[in-house]
Design a protein around this ligand. Structure first.
Ligand code: APR
Length: 309
């Protein structure tokens, strides 16, 4: 028996931080790959040298060669360019499409049985790209967005009420863009639905801040986008898969009729286990919520059509 193997494509902020979290948690051996020469090797060695202190016995390889990624169990794709101030996720579309397409072709060649977690933005269009290019079954290709968006919403709810983040569950559906659909009705604090705890005005403010959560960070950083919370979200998904936890998490999943959406990736609650997406969980929506989800789907559909995937 050996350890699991996780490849992280992209040794930038999101990729390296996710790789470090996975190694520190002793979840798997990690291969971090990038096109830049020296960066994955240098950051990889640096992370490895921290492992004695975090008491983690894993192998960590930084490389530019896909041969090292051979037979990975999970591949996290963070390659791409990050959003700059004033740049929408959609501006990234064409550049990141070419990058994600090329990366996916390499990943499929070397790890044909892997589970893909796509992180590159614009998220829903990039995960659809990886799905179409890989020709993997839909269960094995998913996008990371909902875990991050709901973690942001949980943070804001906990801050507002002065309660433990542990007590707070938040529910966010839809695409990972300004049209995402936070659902206060399904968001709870110690089991109590949000509308029983806060006024509509406060909820609306939290929902708006959640929608713009990525942009708020970009506004501060100026040269780059968020990576601490995104990498924590990646860790939670990788952990659920490798430990076969059957955890219900919001992820971008390929819908074939669920929620009235067909042939498109959208953020919905799924059961994550060792086979990947083991179930799509359907919840009942009000007419307004359904309309918001349709609007979000239409925005993703537009991107997907632009790149023809
Ligand atoms: N193959 C491998 N790595 C690549 C490729 C490629 N074809 N093209 C670019 N990269 C690498 C870059 O060299 C860089 O090291 O991807 C890395 C991206 O890192 P950052 O620029 O630091 O971006 P980051 O903040 O990590 O965001 C990565 O995740 O959240 C999303 O919007 C974000 O799409 C962006 C992605």
């Amino acid at each position: 028996m050996g350890r699991f193997k996780v490849t992280v494509v992209g040794a930038g902020n999101v990729g390296a931080t996710a790789a470090q979290r996975i190694a520190d948690a002793e979840l798997a051996d990690v291969v971090m790959i990038d096109i830049l020469e020296g960066i994955p090797q240098g950051k990889g060695l640096d992370i490895l040298e921290g492992c004695p202190i975090s008491r983690s016995d894993v192998r960590f390889i930084g490389t530019n060669d896909y041969k090292e990624t051979k037979d990975s169990d999970v591949v996290v794709i963070t390659a791409g360019i990050a959003r700059k101030p004033g740049m929408s996720r959609d501006d990234l579309l064409k550049t990141n499409y070419d990058i994600v397409k090329g990366v996916t072709e390499q990943v499929v060649k070397h790890s044909p049985k892997s589970i893909l977690i796509v992180v590159s933005n614009p998220l829903d269009a990039m995960v659809q790209t990886a799905f179409k290019v890989s020709r993997f079954p839909k269960e094995r290709v998913m996008g990371m967005a909902g875990v991050l968006d709901s973690a942001r919403m949980r943070t804001f709810i906990a801050m507002e009420l002065g309660v433990s983040v542990d007590n707070v569950h938040a529910f966010v559906l839809g695409g990972h863009g300004d049209d995402m659909v936070p659902l206060p009705r399904y968001s709870t604090v110690a089991g109590i639905p949000l509308p029983d705890l806060m006024s509509k005005e406060v909820i609306d403010r939290i929902v708006e801040r959640t929608r713009k959560g990525g942009g708020e960070i970009v506004g501060y950083l100026k040269t780059g986008s968020a990576y601490y919370a995104p990498s924590a979200a990646i860790l939670e998904m990788v952990d659920a898969i490798l430990k076969d936890k059957k955890k219900i998490l919001p992820c971008a999943a390929y819908l074939e009729g669920e929620y009235g959406i067909n042939g498109l990736y959208m953020g919905v609650p799924v059961k994550l286990g060792s086979s990947g997406i083991e179930q799509i969980v359907e919840i009942s929506l009000t007419n307004d919520e359904r309309a918001a989800l349709q609007k979000s789907a239409a925005a993703v559909q537009e991107l997907v059509e632009k790149i023809g995937v």
